[in-house]
Each structure stands twice: as C-alpha cells, then as structure tokens.
Design a protein. Structure first.
Length: 316
C-alpha cells in the first residue's frame, strides 16, 4: 500500500514540475533504453505524446519540416532534445542546429561524417566539455539530464552514459548540409531516400527529368505533408510515395528557386490548415482526410497570393 501511495505521489509531483499529463508521464516512465527514448521522441513528433521531458508542448511549426529527418536521427542512437531550422524573418536570418543525447557509436559516426565540413560537433560527458562552458553559462548537459532522468527513471543510468551532443551549422539560412549529413550518419534509410526512389519508378516519365529539381529538404517537407494526408494505418512507403507524387510534380513545375519556395510555403499553409481542422473536429471518429488533389487545390490558392500571380497563372 505504501509503495502504491508513494508511486502516486511521485506521479503527482512529476506532473506539477513537468506539466505533463498523467498519460504522457506514464509513457515516459516506461522507457528503459536509448532506443525506447528515441521511439518516444518520434511519438511526440507525430502527435502521439504531447510533451517531452525537455519540451513543454507539441512540436513548434518550425520543427514540422524536420520531422522526417528527426525521426531517422532518433532511430539511430541520437535522442534529440532541441533543434532549430535555419529560416529568415523580418530581415533576420539564423542558422540551424540540433542537440540531444548520443551513444558512443552515434557520436563517432557523426564526428566522422562532419570531417571536412564547416559543421561544429560539440560533446560533453563527465569532465569532458566540448561546449562553451563559462561561469554564467554552465554546461547544458547537467540540467537537461536531470529533467530526462526524472521523467524516465528506469533509463536514467543509460542516459548518464550518453554524450550530450550539439551539431551546428554556422552558416545562417542553410539547411541542406547538416540535416542530410546527420541522417546519413545515423545509418538508416531516410524519408529523403524514399522520395528519391520515386523518380526511378515506372510512373516517372522522361519529361519529369526536365522539371525544376526539388531539393531533398523540400522533398522531406512534401513527404511530411503526404503523411498528414493519410491515416496512420495507411502510411507504408508505397502509399506515402503515391500520395506525395502529385505534390512533388507540382513543386517541380516551379520556374526557379523562389517559385519553388513559394509552392512549398503554400503547401505548408494548406497542411497547417488541415492540422487545425482535425484538431477542431468534434464528431465521432477521426476527421476525414483529403485527397492530394483537394490539398493541391487549396495550396494553389495560397501560392497565387504568395507569388503574386493571377488565378489563371496559378492554375486555379
């Protein structure tokens, strides 16, 4: 009885300090290995868990384009705690980075992959500090580890054996170096790999090769939009590729880089609206999913506004 009451008290106090719901806290307490923690981060990225030990809410909008590659990374021995996409706003441009807990093997692969690149790889464990530790800026590992160990007590010892790792691209506005390199370093198939395979399939015609090239990062975004168009039970590789195909082809009709970016931004807005509609759904069961054609019809309207085109020019 006392042990049961003690467990309930710890659960209650954990909820007060982390802000987690009881259901989320219970899921994080089941973690025992680094793989378990990576799976739970992936569950958070996909909306199955509301919070992580280090993030008090669902993924930020800037994280959505990175969900595919973050999924790959978390399956490869690098459990991510925080990340930033390189973007621009109001005349400011910032760089991209990611940080979290990595096994010895994962850190070795990341360091090897980063050799000869401008990427900075910093690692801390024990008395080894690769971070910029100063009196007013202590090593981030200690505080972050405390949050995670408290939320995942059965994985605490394994967390203490990991390295706290930060990988940063110092170049503002650049996303196409760090993320592909990090995905490759984890040694697993990425969503970019799946999308790249689309053009080799029989429905990729010779005329497609003359289209504007869609960069891997944008393909990753598009694949995420396709994920949101499908119910969870229908998200196999073939179904995802089939759903993403018309989105990729529309993006490839771009007249140049700026036009491509406008098309992806338009799809991003349509995807965000889908998320809001599903969240507001009050009826029985899950809100109905849209077809790629309906999704693109809405995206074309946003594209016309973003690119300053007429309805006819936007294909409406």
């Amino acid at each position: 009885m006392n042990r049961t009451l003690g467990a309930r008290a710890r659960e209650f106090l954990s909820g007060l300090t982390t802000g987690m719901s009881r259901a989320d806290a219970a899921r994080w307490r089941t973690a025992r290995t680094l793989d378990d923690l990576g799976d739970l981060v992936i569950a958070w990225l996909n909306g199955e868990v509301e919070r992580t030990p280090g993030h008090c809410g669902p993924p930020d909008p800037e994280t959505r384009p990175l969900i595919g590659v973050l999924t790959t990374v978390n399956r490869g021995g690098f459990v991510t705690d925080n990340s930033q996409l390189a973007e621009s706003m109001d005349g400011r441009t910032w760089n991209t980075w990611v940080m979290g807990f990595a096994s010895d093997e994962a850190l070795a692969r990341i360091r090897e992959a980063a050799v000869g690149t401008p990427l900075a790889v910093r690692a801390c464990r024990g008395k080894v500090h690769g971070c910029d530790r100063r009196w007013l800026h202590p090593c981030p590992r200690r505080e972050t580890l405390a949050f995670w160990a408290d939320a995942c007590p059965d994985a605490a010892d394994e967390l203490r054996r990991t390295w706290w790792v930060e990988v940063e691209d110092p170049e503002p506005g650049r996303n196409d170096l760090l993320w592909p390199l990090l995905a490759k370093a984890t040694g697993r198939e990425t969503q970019e790999d799946i999308m790249a395979g689309y053009e080799t399939r029989e429905n990729a015609t010779a005329s497609d090769s003359a289209r504007y090239p869609v960069k891997p990062l944008y393909r990753d975004w598009i694949l995420r939009f396709a994920v949101d168009l499908l119910p969870p039970a229908s998200r196999g590789p073939n179904e995802l590729i089939q759903t993403a195909a018309p989105l990729v082809l529309w993006a490839a009709e771009a007249a140049g880089e700026d036009d491509l970016r406008a098309r992806v931004m338009a799809m991003r807005q349509a995807d965000s609206n889908d998320q809001d509609r599903r969240a507001a759904h009050k009826g029985p069961g899950e809100a109905p999913r849209r077809s790629p054609e309906c999704f693109l019809a809405e995206a074309r309207a946003y594209y016309a506004f973003i690119a300053g085109k007429t309805a006819e020019e936007a294909g409406l």
